[in-house]
Design a protein around this ligand. Structure first.
Ligand SMILES: [Zn+2]
Length: 87
């Protein structure tokens, strides 16, 4: 996984479907419910606490709005997720 701040200001992390198992998932997109249909990669979205396949992530990133009020929630989610990747 590789976390970064996207162009809208949201905390996101590139994450493969296999890596989502560390979060307790099995690589099912939280938007279209497909299991890893667009390849191995997707994004964890801290604002939603969910993992989207790359296609859905791009759609979401396009229409998402950044809310300063969400920052603490995003930070807490990303901190928790990053801790799961410390082994
Ligand atoms: Zn999807």
């Amino acid at each position: 996984m590789e976390d970064y701040i996207n162009e809208k200001g949201h905390m996101v992390a590139k994450m493969t479907a296999q890596e989502t198992m560390k979060l307790g998932g099995v690589g099912i997109c939280g938007s279209c419910n497909s299991i890893n249909q667009t390849g191995l990669d997707g994004h964890y979205i801290a604002a939603l606490n969910d993992w989207f396949c790359n296609g859905c992530y791009e759609e979401w990133a396009e229409r998402s709005e950044f809310y300063q009020e969400d920052v603490q929630f995003e930070q807490a989610n990303m901190k928790r997720v990053k801790e799961l990747f410390i082994t």
